[in-house]
Design a protein. Structure first.
Ligand SMILES: *Cc1c(COP(=O)(O)O)cnc(C)c1O
Length: 355
């Protein structure tokens, strides 16, 4: 730390991203990437012609992409804003709505970035503990004072809220903005985008990183009323108008137009998740009911830490958080079927069950 860093940042605890190992031999199931890769149509638009256009700035409005997203969700183009990953959209939302010293309520545990953004934008983080069985209790989110931010499905549990509960939260907080982070929505939960017709205090955030397999392209987006979206764009144009690069705009637009590939890959992941969950349970694991592309699981015989290290020694990387109340658990991304078979094989070895 230099002596020039602002005082307010000196105690900031940055987000810890999951490891991105250089070792290609590892089976990487730690950061919820999608093993199938982006739609072939996304690759097809990155032609050498497009690459040579990198001499030009991209469209600051990313119109090709906002139009494609709006079409997909039956919204108007002015109801969509894009960001460099949904992380940037979250940051814009904090800048726009979480005033210094005001409350921002979110579940705990949830996506680790929420606390970091609350700290950097100096809003008052109000973590709301999950129930004992690691669920979000919707009753705790009624009539709050401040902004509400909920990941649905939640991370790292994978458990989704149903739409009635979400609607009750939105309706009972008509003076508050409710932000729903739907990073994992395409793996089995229902999106609350249709509520945008009815409520002007709802902002929905999604990403191309998980279900569209474009984590490396960094594309996220928000959907809301035209007024909310214009707020986010006001921040974006005051911060980084060219936040999405040309190649990512084209690739993401091509990806969201390829419905067949999307359906096929997400269904495969859902099916693999169900088979894998059953196998883990047969080995004595508790597996939370997941609507995401990962499962959160704990063994009756191995501690979370032992399991994490045992898998790592067998070249399988999962995510271990090592904090209460989730220190017994590991989070396992759903990869290809053969990846999950390897993991089951390694787990049997660790449990001393041979094959
Ligand atoms: C992965 C994830 C994000 C971030 O996604 P990017 O678009 O890659 O920045 C946001 N929220 C949750 C809950 C996530 O799991």
């Amino acid at each position: 730390m230099s002596r020039f860093l602002k005082k307010q940042y000196q105690n900031l605890e940055p987000y810890t991203p999951g490891e991105q190992p250089k070792n290609q031999k590892l089976i990487k199931l730690n950061t919820n990437e999608n093993p199938f890769g982006p739609s072939p149509r996304a690759a097809a638009v990155i032609s050498s012609g497009e690459v040579s256009k990198l001499m030009l700035y991209p469209d600051p409005e990313a119109s090709e992409l906002t139009t494609a997203i709006a079409q997909y969700y039956n919204l108007e183009k002015e109801q969509v804003a894009v960001g460099n990953g949904s992380d940037e959209i979250l940051a814009f939302s904090f800048m726009a709505y979480a005033s210094e010293g005001s409350n921002i309520w979110f579940p705990d545990p949830s996506y680790g970035f929420y606390k970091v953004y609350a700290d950097i934008y100096r809003s008052k983080a109000g973590p709301i503990p999950l129930t004992e069985d690691l669920r979000i209790d919707p009753k705790k989110y009624k009539n709050l004072n401040g902004t509400i931010l909920i990941a649905n499905p939640n991370a790292p549990t994978g458990i989704a809220l149903n739409l009635n509960d979400i609607e009750d939260i939105i309706a009972s907080n008509s003076s508050n903005l409710v932000i729903i982070d739907e990073a994992y929505i395409d793996f089995g939960a229902k999106s609350c985008v249709p509520f945008l017709q009815k409520y002007d205090n709802l902002l929905v955030i999604q990403t191309f990183s998980k279900s569209r397999s474009l984590a490396g392209a960094r594309v996220g987006f928000a959907m809301g009323s035209k007024e909310l979206i214009s707020d986010l764009n006001r921040i974006k144009f005051s911060f980084n108008p060219y936040n999405l690069n040309r190649l990512s705009i084209s690739a993401a637009a091509a990806a969201i137009r390829d419905e067949a590939y999307f359906q096929q890959t997400r269904q495969t992941i859902i099916k693999t998740r169900e088979t894998f969950t059953k196998q883990l349970k047969e080995l004595g694991f508790t597996v939370l009911p997941s609507s995401a592309n990962f499962v959160f699981a704990k063994s009756s015989r191995l501690s979370g830490e032992e399991y994490f290290h045992g898998l790592r020694e067998r070249n399988i990387l999962v995510r271990y958080f090592g904090k209460e109340p989730i220190s017994d658990y590991v989070r396992i991304t759903i990869g290809r079927e053969e990846d999950m078979e390897q993991l089951i094989f390694a787990t049997k070895e660790l449990l001393g069950k041979g094959n």
